[in-house]
Ligand binder design. Structure first.
Ligand SMILES: Nc1ncnc2c1ncn2[C@@H]1O[C@H](COP(=O)(O)OP(=O)(O)OP(=O)(O)O)[C@@H](O)[C@H]1O
Length: 224
């Protein structure tokens, strides 16, 4: 049984009466602890694939299996609960809340889940130190650089101790040197915390630095 599987997944969009087939019978297994990059042409469907894998979006047909269990066979409340407990997300934009400090932003998902405040803040502080921002805990997003804000977003994605981290172009808004710092952190998080990670990127150098590379083209995902 695989840790994470996609089985015969189809996904289309309908726009102005036209159907766009984005995922066409995609099947794939990802093992626990793998670090995977996903590349492909613009508009090929990488974000769509990540949204289905992350259970944010249901496929039109096919299954997403976590440890052999079909996630979309559950009701919406259980899927949301599964997602909160299991998956952390990082996007191209950091989506930090501007009126809260870095520490509060990182703690937020755990506080929403009614986790213990003291433990949550201790964990959030530890995570900010891990991403190199121990000296920025009281800064608000407007007082952080783009790279720092993305590090805070990464720390926030880890606060509920997810088994899986999904990153959609996490360095898309950053200059190459700053982006490389984020890539390095993703590798460390994968190595030190054992988190299974899938990273969508246009950056070929980053893709090559990952132990496993996937390519999405023509509605199909293949090992590249
Ligand atoms: N909500 C939507 N409604 C209609 N069409 C959509 C929707 N979301 C995406 N698409 C279309 O589906 C295709 C795949 O989009 P997606 O964002 O998954 O590609 P991508 O590979 O992530 O692209 P990029 O590298 O440019 O971010 C594109 O043609 C896009 O225009």
């Amino acid at each position: 049984m695989s840790f994470l599987s996609i089985r015969n997944v189809f996904k289309s969009y309908f726009l102005h009466g036209k159907r766009i087939d984005v995922l066409r019978d995609v099947s794939l297994d990802i093992g626990r602890g793998e670090l995977v990059s996903l590349v492909g042409p613009s508009g090929a469907g990488k974000s769509t694939f990540l949204h289905v894998l992350g259970t944010l979006d249901a496929p039109a047909a096919g299954e997403v299996l976590f440890e052999g269990q079909s996630v979309f066979a559950m009701n919406d409340a259980r899927i949301a609960d599964f997602r909160n407990r299991t998956i952390g997300f990082v996007f191209q934009s950091h989506y930090l809340l501007p009126e809260f400090t870095a520490l509060e932003n990182v703690a937020m998902p755990a506080l929403i889940q009614r986790r213990d405040r003291g433990q949550t803040y201790a964990e959030a502080r530890k995570l900010l130190e891990r991403v190199g921002l121990g000296g920025r805990v009281d800064h608000r997003p407007g007082e952080l650089s783009g790279g720092e804000a993305q590090r805070v977003a990464l720390a926030r994605a880890l606060v509920l101790q997810p088994a899986i981290l999904l990153a959609d172009e996490p360095t898309g808004n950053l200059d190459p040197a700053t982006g490389e710092g984020i890539h390095q952190l993703l590798r460390e998080v994968n190595r030190d915390l054992g988190i299974t990670a899938v990273v969508v990127t246009h950056n070929e150098a980053l893709a090559r630095s990952m132990p496993r590379r996937l390519r999405l083209a023509g509605g199909q995902v293949t090992d590249a």
